[in-house]
Design a protein around this ligand. Structure first.
Ligand code: NAD
Ligand code: UDX
Length: 465
């Protein structure tokens, strides 16, 4: 079967970039990306391509090349479903905030709504692709909805989880380590799997396209994220040990990572991992293990989250302790709000938790981030529900200029590893700050010897003072 028309439900950080890449590499396929969020779709269609809602290096150029040719963004979900041979479901699957599994399980209400809408609208056979990250065995629930509420058409369900990382989405999509496609073990299932293999084969070498059963594919996505996050928590656990033993975590990471069995990637100690995936997916994994009664498995993975929460808290605590045990009324500049560099995404960013901790200690917090809007920063804080909207706006200020952030500040803290922070004139920053001037490097980003020569008191993750 040759796919000619693809619909993607969900124009977010995954749906937007992946569909743009498919459109760019498959000019013979028409790709409709649809979403219920009018504002988001309007930005994807903005005449100035730099205004697309997601900041990813190289993405706006690619959208500019394909939009209006074979890539379309729209809110008309029904029309796109109706036309499509293949439908990707790429909606959000956040942690449940209510009911059974609250705080742990994935909330699948958006997935279910998509399935019901597809079932109601489809009048021809469709291949349904799970692009969202889903608990293992979700395809079973999807099948039950599609088969029982539909118009008698055939649905084939595939699992095709996405492994892109934000900030490098375009290069990750262009050269993926692997593409994973899980399918049902039947003639129809294998044909559907092949149809999707053929789409990716337009640019991905065949040997990198892995085909598995549906359950392996669903479970591999959750567990790949758990493995990655586990490495960060492992090195962060060592960072605390380094700080009390005069070992240097960067040196330790280099030594450990030089073992080819371990590898050097994902061993960068930090203020703690953030992002929309790691925490959510591990909590979900823990929940799944618990529901099968596998308590030791659940406890093992939960420790990755416990360590991460500890790392964020201990960084914030360190600031308070170093500033003579009180930050009340003291100005503290937070450099970076995004959960990593080269993205405007802030979901689960360590900055949110560090800011909240410092605000509880009555600090005067000022935030500078090159890509994140002030609306987003306030909405992240409001979401925590720690204090009123008004108080958040009174106590925390967002500025567009780094020098304004540090003016008369007692301390500056690096929370995102933006390249531009490395190129700041730290001498001018020092001159603008109150003395003693404290610098807390939560990303081991800067040249600490140079900063100390300027006069800063430097604290960094993973190295004792
Ligand atoms: P997102 O929140 O950026 O985008 C999801 C979009 O789906 C939103 O714009 C929302 O309005 C839309 N939506 C929700 N319900 C809808 C419906 N019924 N009809 C139409 N549109 C609907 O989320 P995301 O970051 O793109 O993540 C999507 C999925 O991909 C999640 O399951 C996530 O775990 C997974 N994932 C994310 C990443 C990442 O880096 N962000 C990487 C790999 C996998
Ligand atoms: C992650 C996975 O990498 C990706 O494969 C999956 O598809 C989605 O989830 P993402 O969350 O976008 O991607 O970014 P990632 O690069 O994994 O970083 C996650 C967090 O870990 C960031 O806060 C990052 O700063 C932190 N991190 C990462 C570290 O602190 N140290 C590291 O060595 C690596």
């Amino acid at each position: 079967m040759k796919i000619k028309n693809i619909c993607c439900i969900g124009a977010g950080y995954v749906g937007g970039p992946t569909m743009t890449m498919i459109a760019a590499k498959c000019p013979h396929i028409k790709v409709n990306v649809v979403d219920i969020n009018n504002d988001r779709i309007a930005l994807w269609n903005d005449s100035n391509v730099d205004n697309i809602p997601i900041y990813e290096p190289g993405l706006s150029e690619l959208v500019g090349q394909t939009r209006g040719k074979n890539l379309f963004f729209s809110t008309d979900v029904n029309a796109a479903i109706h036309q499509a041979d293949m439908i990707f479901i790429s909606v959000n699957t956040p942690t449940k905030t209510y009911g059974v599994g609250k705080g742990m399980a994935a909330d699948l209400k958006y997935i279910e709504l998509c399935a019901r809408q597809i079932a109601a609208v489809a009048t021809s056979d469709k291949i349904i692709v799970e692009k969202s990250t889903l608990p293992v065995r979700t395809a079973e629930a999807l099948r039950s909805i599609l088969d029982n509420t539909g118009n008698g058409v055939n649905f084939d369900i595939l699992s095709n989880p996405e492994f892109l990382a934000e900030g490098t989405a375009v290069t990750d999509l262009l050269n993926p380590d692997r593409v994973l496609i899980g399918g049902e073990d039947s003639d129809r299932g294998r044909a559907a799997q092949q149809a999707l293999v053929d789409v990716y084969a337009n640019w991905v070498p065949k040997k990198q396209i892995l085909t598995t059963n549906v359950w392996s594919s669903e479970l591999s996505k959750l567990t790949a994220n758990a493995f990655l996050a586990q490495r960060v928590s492992s090195i962060n656990a060592l960072s605390e040990l380094c700080e009390v033993t005069e070992a240097d975590v960067n040196e330790v990471a280099r030594a450990i990572g030089s073992d080819s069995r371990i590898g050097s990637k994902f061993l960068k100690a930090s203020v703690g991992f953030g992002g929309s995936c790691f925490q959510k997916d591990i909590l979900n994994l823990v929940y799944i293990a618990q529901t099968y009664g596998l308590n030791e498995v659940a406890d093992y993975w939960e420790q990755v989250i416990i360590m991460n929460d500890h790392q964020k808290r201990r960084f914030a605590k360190k600031i308070v302790k170093t500033l003579f045990n009180t930050v009340s009324g003291k100005k503290i500049a937070l450099m970076g709000w995004a959960f990593k560099k080269d993205t405007n995404d802030t979901r689960e960013s360590a900055s949110i938790y560090v800011a909240d901790y410092l605000l509880n200690e009555q600090a005067e917090v000022v935030v500078y981030d090159p890509k994140v809007t002030s609306e987003q920063i306030y909405s992240d804080l409001d979401y925590l529900g720690t204090r009123s909207h008004e108080e958040n706006r009174r106590l925390l200020k967002v500025v567009k200029n780094p020098l304004e952030a540090v003016h008369k500040a007692h301390a500056a803290a690096i929370l995102t590893e933006w390249d531009e922070f490395k190129h700041f004139d730290w001498e001018i920053i020092y001159n603008n700050m109150l003395k003693p001037a404290f610098l807390f490097d939560g990303r081991i980003l800067l040249n600490h010897n140079e900063l100390e020569d300027i006069g800063f008191n430097v604290y960094t993750i993973g190295r004792g003072e």
